[in-house]
Design a protein around this ligand. Structure first.
Ligand code: KG4
Ligand code: ZN
Length: 340
């Protein structure tokens, strides 16, 4: 099969977004995401509700992706789906659908590691976006993960640093919750932070050896800080929300940048690509771009729609695996935790 004829349908359902995309080689023809608003009222993702919502969304989302791409099912070369990591009930909805569809159409089935996809999203062919060359360092920051990965090739990657407790997205979301902001609070902290002074309040950065991270101490520090301030002034949060958010965001960005600087020093690699939902954060985006001038790094920030959970990133890994004929049978199992 000629590369120019590859059409991949990709399905992502690892957490609380039901997503489908169609790729023509490494170009995205459609990228559809249905967010599940139901979780906001519970302050976090409820696994049972997530899998039920995936079941309701999956057919319309796939249908929309195919229609938007102007592709018929019969033109598809393969179906790619997220095998893990993620919530088991959510993963199963996507994998069952992918398996049935691949069997019915008699086309190959490709399984994708969600964390590889956040990294390899940089290889989507997109006007105005350069692709990194190997080797590079990837900072994967999301609601479930915080990793620094040395990427030597498409499927040759090693985690060189990761969180020992909360993920950075959780640090944003839990801080937001303490401040009374609705879930998911990360984007709201970012919004307020852009209007505040990051030097107003100082939060201690954790001392974690090597390239690993820890965010649970920061969350506790913020909780105690807010409780103490509210004793003197019950309106403390409302009156200082922008400065509090700016100070929290500044601290989190510093923690990430300190570890990246150490990783560059230890590996000698100064090409840095960021991925995962938190890479939408304005503070980290600015710090990464500033590092080009400050430290001479070459940095890669993906297009916004490929940073949070999406199926286009699953599709680009699917495309690479299709080229190297890494196919699965319907016996392949979903995995809540998956070997990197
Ligand atoms: O990658 P993603 O969509 O899903 C996971 O795989 O976790 O990441 C979601 C996370 C949430 O914690 C959300 O609050 C955070 O990314 N997030 C942000 C921003 N946009 C999304 N955190 C800080 N600033 C943002 N602008
Ligand atoms: Zn993700």
């Amino acid at each position: 099969m000629q590369n120019s004829e590859v059409f991949i349908l990709a399905i992502e359902s690892s957490c609380d977004d039901t997503a489908a995309a169609v790729l023509h080689n490494d170009k995205v023809l459609s990228n559809v995401v249905a967010n599940q608003l139901i979780h906001a009222q519970y302050g976090g993702v409820v696994p049972e509700l997530a899998s039920r919502a995936h079941q309701q969304n999956i057919v319309p989302v796939i249908d929309a992706a195919l229609r938007k791409a102007n592709i018929s099912k019969e033109q598809l070369s393969a179906i790619a789906f997220t095998q893990g990591p993620g919530l088991m009930g959510s993963l199963l909805v996507g994998s069952s659908f992918a398996k049935s569809m691949a069997l019915a159409l008699e086309i190959p089935l490709v399984s994708v590691n969600h964390m590889h996809a956040h990294i390899l999203a940089h290889f989507i062919d997109e006007e105005g976006f350069e692709k990194p060359s190997f080797p590079f360092l990837a900072l994967t920051i999301s609601g479930g993960h915080t990793q620094i990965v040395q990427v030597n090739d498409f499927f040759d990657m090693t985690i060189i640093g990761e969180t020992t407790d909360d993920a950075v997205g959780e640090a944003f979301d839990k801080s937001a919750k303490i401040l009374g902001l609705p879930y998911p609070g990360g984007p709201l902290v970012d919004k307020h932070a852009q209007l505040g002074n990051p030097k107003t309040f100082a939060f201690t950065k954790p001392k974690v050896p090597g390239l690993n991270f820890s965010f649970s101490g920061l969350k506790t520090a913020i909780l105690y800080f807010v409780q103490k301030k509210k004793l003197d002034n019950p309106d403390f949060i409302a009156e200082n929300i922008n400065d509090i958010c700016a100070s929290i965001q500044y601290t989190i960005v510093e923690i990430l940048m300190d570890k990246l600087k150490l990783a560059v020093k230890e590996t000698g690699i100064n090409q840095i690509a960021i991925g995962g939902g938190v890479s939408a954060n304005s503070g980290i985006r600015k710090a990464i771009k500033d590092a080009e001038q400050k430290y001479g790094w070459k940095t890669f920030v993906p297009k916004f729609e490929y940073t949070t959970d999406n199926a286009a990133m699953i599709g680009i890994v699917g495309y690479q695996k299709f080229l190297s004929k890494q196919f699965e049978t319907a016996a392949v199992v979903s995995k809540a935790r998956i070997q990197f």
